[in-house]
Design a protein around this ligand. Structure first.
Ligand SMILES: [Zn+2]
Length: 167
């Protein structure tokens, strides 16, 4: 279930204009930002497998994680976020960046040739922010949800505080 709230327009600096006296005046443009909050379905049994339990724990921790969708060509140091990093990266325990080129499909799409927004979000949250990634391979979750498979990699050190090894 998703709920959303529109946040106020945020000012963002744009190229400065010169005044007749040569001083620079800031100009602003407005940006509309829509914020969605991920909320668990109360009627779902969250104890049927380890991935559902992990997601339940993630949604109920006091630490919040922002999932920020950015233009694909604006990932630092990369021409294509989707090509170089499968369109997702856990920057730290509070921020996951996602490419706007990820396909918006469910994880049961038949061809499994694309990285999907849902699949990458599951991977970043459960494998990198939760402690699940400390004890299993990245492809275990992908196989469980019938997602596109990827390479082996370490979970990194981005676990949120309740899931860190040395709390
Ligand atoms: Zn990863």
């Amino acid at each position: 279930m998703f709920d959303y709230a529109r946040s106020p327009c945020l000012p963002q600096a744009s190229p400065r204009r010169e005044t007749p006296l040569g001083r620079r005046e800031p100009t602003y443009k407005t940006l509309e930002v829509i914020t969605y909050w991920l909320v668990g379905d109360k009627s779902l049994n969250w104890n049927t497998d380890s991935y559902k339990s992990a997601m339940f724990e993630l949604m109920n921790m006091s630490h919040s994680v922002e999932l920020r969708i950015i233009p694909d060509d604006e990932y630092p140091g990369s021409k294509s976020f989707l090509f170089d990093k499968a369109g997702g990266n856990t920057e730290n325990s509070r921020l996951i960046l996602l490419s706007d080129k990820l396909s918006i499909t469910s994880w049961s799409y038949p061809e499994k040739t694309n990285w999907s927004l849902g699949g990458i979000v599951l991977h970043e949250l459960i494998y990198h922010i939760h402690s699940t990634g400390l004890t299993e391979e990245a492809n275990d979750l992908r196989s469980h949800y019938d997602l596109k498979m990827g390479g082996r990699h370490l979970p990194g050190k981005s676990q949120a505080p309740p899931f860190r090894k040395n709390k």
